[in-house]
Design a protein around this ligand. Sequence first.
Ligand code: SF4
Ligand code: SF4
Length: 277
Amino acid sequence: MVNRVCISINNRCNLNCKYCHFHEKKDAVKAHEMNVFAILDNIMDHITINNIHVFKIGFVGNGEPLLEYGTLKEYISYISEYLADGRIAAYSVTNGLLADESMLEFFKEHKVDLGFSIDGISSIHDMYRCNTHTKVMEKIKLYQKVNGRYPSMNCTVGKEILENEDEIISFFRQFDTRVTFSRMIGKYGITLDEFNGFLKKAASLLNVRTGGYDCTMYGGLCGAGMNNFFYSNGRIYFCGNCVDLPALGESSMPVSELEKISLAFDRTRCYKETICV
Ligand code: SF4
Ligand code: SF4
C-alpha cells in the first residue's frame, strides 16, 4: 500500500553544493506545471478510501524548499486537518539559510518536522556546502530556541567523513537528535559497502535512521516501486535519484494506479544503479 510520497516543490536552490546530484540531472529536472493541490487531493482520497492511519509526505526534492516558503505554507495549510489529527505526518529538509523564527513557529504549529542538512564538522561541511557551517549552526540554535529541542539532521557521507568518523559521531552526539546519514553518490561518491560500515558504527552510538524498505542511500533496502513515490516536474518517479529515468505517469494520476506497479530485483542494491550499469 502506498503510504509515503516526496513532493519536490521547486527546482532551484540558494546553494551550489559540490556534490549536489541534481546539478548532474539538470536536463531531467526541467520544470513542468505541477498542481500540488491536486496531488494532495489524491493523497487525502487515498487515505480515506484505504483507511490509512499515517501517510507520510516529504516536501523535499530538487531544490531548497524555503525558497518557496509562501507556496509551501499554502500546501501545509491545505492539509492542516490531516496534520492535526495525525493522518498525515509531513516533513521537509532545508539547508537552513532562510529559516527564521516565524517560519519555525509555523512548522511547529502544524507539526511539520523540519530537518537541517549539516555535514558534521565545519572543515568537511564548508568544503562541500559553500562555507555555510556557521550560518547553519545559528539556525539550528534558533530551531532549538523555538522548539525546545534540536531538529533532526541530515548528513551526506563522503570519504572525508569516513576518515573522521569518530569526530563526526561526537559532533552529532551533542544534539541528542535523529540523524539521517546518506551515501554520497556521483563523482565524489563512496561505495555502498563503505557507507554501510560507517552506518553500523554510527547506529551503535546515535539515533540513526536505518533499515526497512526505503532506500539504500539511507541504509535501508531499496523501496523503488513499493510504497513510496516521488513527484517532481509534473510527473511521478520511483525516487529522487530516478528523475532521469522514464516517468511512471503524470502527477495527476490517482495513487491507486501506483499500486499496480510491481518490480522484482535484489532490494539490497539500488534499483537505479542495478539497471543503469
Ligand atoms: S542545498 Fe541541497 S539542493 Fe541545494 S545545492 Fe546543496 S545539496 Fe543541492
Ligand atoms: S532506486 Fe536507489 S536511490 Fe532510489 S530508492 Fe532505490 S536505492 Fe534509493
